[in-house]
Design a binder for this molecule. Structure first.
Ligand SMILES: [Ca+2]
Ligand SMILES: [Ca+2]
Length: 233
């Protein structure tokens, strides 16, 4: 019995001892100092301060559902990670749009917005990639979401929870787009905006955009040009 106790004690000592340096290795903070971007598509904001891509004032539009503020974005080895505060709520139908340019700001050749919103980019151009979400007007959820590419015409792909999560209780939207979908570009520029249904223009943006300054929702059928797409780190 004594011998068994001795053996178990020795085994516990061997198994229980952490390897040297175990307590002295700093944890992986995923702060951009290494190439391992620690992002999880779960609707919880896990972006770091240095991944902020754009800011806009809170409350610069009187309708909270349409208000945007911080935009986070980072380019990983194989994924574009995007997150933004999304204040939409039950009882308000509206759209979130993301215009994405790759390698430079240039016109894709499209002649209209893919969801027929009165939105374009400075110079009357349209980007090669767009992501659109429709936030339902009766429940606090996204009921339609598409990744859209222009290749002579707009090509629409429905996207689901493997690409985005809208977290209504945390007012946060997370979108992870495989870089392969964007043609594995060297650089990426993005701008996020809110708008309403068809034939409505952009109401608020992130980053802040001098062309999109509406203290109150504004529904005249006039095209508003985005102008502040930012490069993603
Ligand atoms: Ca997350
Ligand atoms: Ca705002």
């Amino acid at each position: 019995m004594k011998r068994l106790f001795f053996v178990i004690s020795i085994l516990l000592l061997i198994w229980g001892c952490p390897k040297p340096g175990f307590f002295f290795n700093p944890p992986d903070t995923g702060n951009g100092n290494n190439n391992q971007v620690a992002h999880l598509l779960d609707g919880v904001n896990d972006f770091s301060m240095d991944e902020i891509a754009g800011i806009d004032k809170v409350g610069d539009i009187s309708e909270p559902n349409l208000d945007l503020d911080t935009l986070w974005a980072v380019k990983g080895d194989s994924m574009l990670y995007i997150g933004f505060n999304a204040h939409s709520s039950a009882g308000y139908g509206m759209s979130y749009g993301i215009y994405i340019f790759t390698d430079s700001i240039y016109g894709s050749g499209a002649g209209n917005d893919p969801w027929n919103r009165l939105v374009d980019y400075t110079g009357g151009i349209y980007p090669p990639y767009v992501v659109y979400f429709w936030h339902a007007d009766n429940v606090d959820s996204i009921t339609s979401a598409q990744f859209i590419t222009f290749n002579g015409s707009w090509n629409y792909t429905d996207i689901g929870r493997d690409v985005f999560i809208y977290n209504g209780s945390l007012d946060f939207m997370e979108v992870f787009i495989p870089l392969e979908w964007l043609g594995n570009p060297e650089s990426i520029y993005i701008e996020v905006f809110t708008t309403g249904g068809e034939n409505s223009h952009a109401q608020d943006t992130s980053p802040e955009d001098g062309n999109v300054q509406f203290p109150d929702p504004e529904w005249t059928q006039t095209t508003v040009s985005l102008s502040s797409a930012v490069p993603v780190k």
